[in-house]
Design a protein around this ligand. Structure first.
Ligand code: ATP
Ligand code: MG
Length: 411
């Protein structure tokens, strides 16, 4: 039996890797006073259609939507931001003094499955709501920097940043872009040609090499920005430089969704390949209002866990496993008491072994790759002691039951 195309069971080492990424992400978010939010996987279709734009890839072809038995148009959420904005409004979180949120969980898009491109994938992400202030743009980038550095992948990535300005700036730009692409129609890929009328901005997202060549002579958004938008962007650039954060301005970075304005940024692999964005984000002033909330600005980013794991060096998760068993059937109760009194130790896992004779138990311990075993015997029990057999050295000794935790900490 196969799993659904583009979905994966996550187990064994991979599940530890996912947990590791989430743990680092959570620690950094908590450090900067972000609060966790967890929204449902099911949402009303409207939330996304209204905000992402009907011509976006997600809405036009990737979203899983269906009518449920009650006739509601539902979707499996394709991304986090619009859902969190909905939750902000639903739960009156707009009034909170702290409007920094973080989340992690599965997202769903019906794409052509490839390495690093799944139909159910997993994101970690964060959002900041409030008044528009370039300090927040810089702040979320600082969190991204810390996150990627803690994962030891920052040096494999390039930060690209751009501004999309206000909606009205973009309108003018789109008109000019349309003209330009129409003039150069013959040089465009067939996929990009289809976007000229509805979505010329997204042609700039094209991964086609010939398309990319053409962009170098196309109009650039900077020429269409008003003074305020330019100043806003320059403040961010200046601050990033003074913080020694490495970045490059990519005037063709547009991001695929309607709700973005002003700042857009992506962390991409240095080499060019199609699944090359690891972490992406931007500003979405106006999104909260468009879903019926207050006129709050917002900025955030999301990163794909599968993409992170694609480029991350392998992590050593080898956990020391300690087998625990008795060689006397009469000591089962005593054994379980010892087992239950073991103190939590982040570096050790304890595995109770039962059934079969001594040989069988030892063989089970070997199969579990045990580091060593705690073995309760009649003689030792009388003296409140237990045998410790170290599988690495082959040595065996008797230790006091009261002292197990201390003893293991040192081994
Ligand atoms: P792409 O250009 O690769 O399609 P995107 O712009 O659609 O990416 P976003 O919506 O910005 O991606 O999502 C943020 C991050 O989530 C991406 O940078 C990527 O790491 C991850 N991601 C997006 N789609 C997928 C997918 N289908 N499978 C795995 N990860 C994904
Ligand atoms: Mg995509």
């Amino acid at each position: 039996m196969n799993s659904v195309k583009g979905t994966k069971d996550i187990f064994g080492k991979t599940v530890l890797e996912h947990d590791h990424v989430i743990k680092i992400f959570r620690d950094i978010c908590v450090f900067y006073n972000f609060k966790k939010i967890s929204t449902p996987i099911l949402e009303h279709e409207n939330i996304f259609i209204k905000t992402l734009g009907v011509t976006s890839d997600i809405i036009s072809k990737e979203m899983y939507n269906f009518k449920d038995q009650g006739g509601d148009n539902l979707v499996l959420r394709p991304e986090g931001t619009a859902a969190i904005v909905r939750a902000l409004i639903t739960n009156s979180l707009q009034e909170d003094a702290n409007k920094n949120f973080y989340y992690h969980g599965p997202m769903f898009r019906r794409e052509r499955p490839q390495s690093g491109r799944l139909r159910q994938f997993h994101q970690v992400g964060l959002e900041v709501f409030g008044d528009r202030n370039f300090l927040d743009d810089v702040r979320v980038i600082i969190l991204a920097e810390k996150f990627l550095s803690s994962l030891n992948i920052r040096n494999k990535l390039k930060l690209q940043i751009n501004t999309l300005g206000e909606q009205k700036n973009r309108k003018k730009y789109i008109t000019e872009l349309k003209k330009f692409f129409k003039k150069n129609y013959s040089q465009l890929s067939s996929e990009s040609r289809q976007k000229i009328e509805n979505n010329p901005l997204r042609i700039l997202d094209s991964k086609d090499e010939n398309d990319k060549k053409l962009f170098s002579s196309s109009p650039q958004i900077m020429e269409f920005l008003d003074r305020e938008s330019k100043d806003f962007f320059n403040e961010i650039i200046k601050l990033l430089s003074s913080l020694d954060i490495e970045f490059e301005v990519n005037p063709f970075l547009v991001r695929g969704l309607d709700y973005y304005n002003h700042t857009a940024f992506e962390y991409i692999f240095s080499e060019s390949r199609s699944q090359n964005t690891v972490l992406a984000g931007g500003r979405y002033d106006g999104l909260v209002k468009s879903l019926g909330g207050r006129d709050l600005s917002g900025i955030g980013w999301a990163a794909g866990i599968e993409r992170i794991l694609m480029i991350k060096d392998k992590i050593d998760f080898s956990q020391k496993v300690v087998g625990v068993f008795t060689i006397s059937d009469g000591l089962k109760t005593e054994l379980i008491k010892v087992f239950s009194s073991l103190k939590f130790n982040a570096n050790l896992s304890f595995n109770l072994i039962h059934g079969g004779n001594f040989k069988k138990k030892m063989s089970k311990a070997n199969k579990l790759n045990c580091y060593g075993c705690l073995i309760l015997g009649e003689d030792e029990w009388k003296e409140k002691k237990i045998i410790w057999k170290n599988f690495q050295t082959g040595n065996q000794e008797t230790i006091s039951i009261n002292n197990i935790d201390n003893f293991l900490e040192k081994t």
